[in-house]
Design a protein around this ligand. Structure first.
Ligand code: KIV
Length: 265
């Protein structure tokens, strides 16, 4: 079993130690992130964009996610590996969500399963977590719903903030161990983080989250298309990829990243 577990992360939140997370999609980068002190590696469906060249994660299949999770898992001994359920692989029924979570765990080697959604995922979450699956929720800008949002847009502004807070609380009550907050105002992310006993991991959600995550290709500055405002190129000034990742870990742990310019109000 990898040494970072959901219990480790909860302990880090209690101790006020920030959690450093990145995405990875293959064996070599899995190993590189692991040896540079990353706590959590997400094999995200962002692979649809950065590995496959799609505009959105919507075309990614369960087989794609299992394949990449398997590759990353082989390189990682310490960090916790999150497997991601892609669009259409968990929305049909709670039985479908359980079946595909089990595949990501048994074939991919994931320790914890992530999927997107708030209130409508509470029942599924309760079903999975009472059957031994550790779950990471993801609310705010949920990229699989990009067609509904009409683009990659900030969520949770105005009245929608209370709704997002309620969703976070309901997901925690249903048993999620970790919650990703994407592209929401920083004061809302702070309120959510203070209201939960599980750790929050922010991406475009400000400094007050318990941890931070970025897409690896964005933080290495190698994604050929536009990177989001909340990202930062850690290769600038770094002598190697190892150094860039180590700098990212330190920046998150010491609270130097994200800065105001990477956040939304
Ligand atoms: O798929 C992914 O990589 C993600 C992160 C950006 C949070 O969902």
């Amino acid at each position: 079993m990898n040494s970072v577990t959901v219990a480790t992360l909860k302990q880090q939140k209690l101790a006020g130690e920030k959690i450093a997370c990145l995405t990875a999609y293959d064996y070599s980068f899995g190993a590189l992130l692991d040896r540079n002190g990353i706590d959590v590696i997400l094999v995200g469906d962002s692979l649809g964009m950065v590995m496959q060249g799609h505009d959105t994660p919507v075309p990614v299949t369960l087989e794609d996610c299992i394949y990449h999770t398997k590759c990353v898992s082989r390189g990682v001994q310490n960090a916790m590996v999150i497997g991601d359920l892609p669009f259409g692989s968990y929305q049909v029924s709670k039985e479908q969500a359980l079946r595909n979570s089990v595949r990501l765990m048994q074939e991919g080697g994931a320790q914890i399963i992530k999927y997107e959604g708030g209130q409508h995922m509470v029942e599924v979450t309760d079903f999975l977590t009472t059957r031994g699956v550790a779950v990471c929720g993801h609310i705010g800008l949920t990229p699989q719903s990009v067609n509904q949002f009409g683009g990659f847009k900030v969520q949770g502004r105005g009245d929608a903030g209370q709704c997002l807070l309620d969703e976070a609380i309901s997901l925690e009550q249903a048993g999620v161990s970790l919650l990703i907050l994407e592209a929401i105002p920083l004061d809302l992310a702070e309120k959510v983080t203070q209201s939960l006993s599980i750790p929050t991991i922010g991406i475009g959600a400000g400094i007050e989250c318990d941890g931070q995550i970025l897409v690896l290709q964005d933080m290495l500055g190698i994604y050929p298309d536009a990177s989001p405002k909340f990202s930062k190129n850690f290769m600038e000034g770094a002598s190697s990829i190892d150094a860039a990742v180590a700098n990212y870990v330190q920046a998150v742990k010491k609270g130097y990243f994200p800065e105001k310019q990477h956040s939304f109000s």
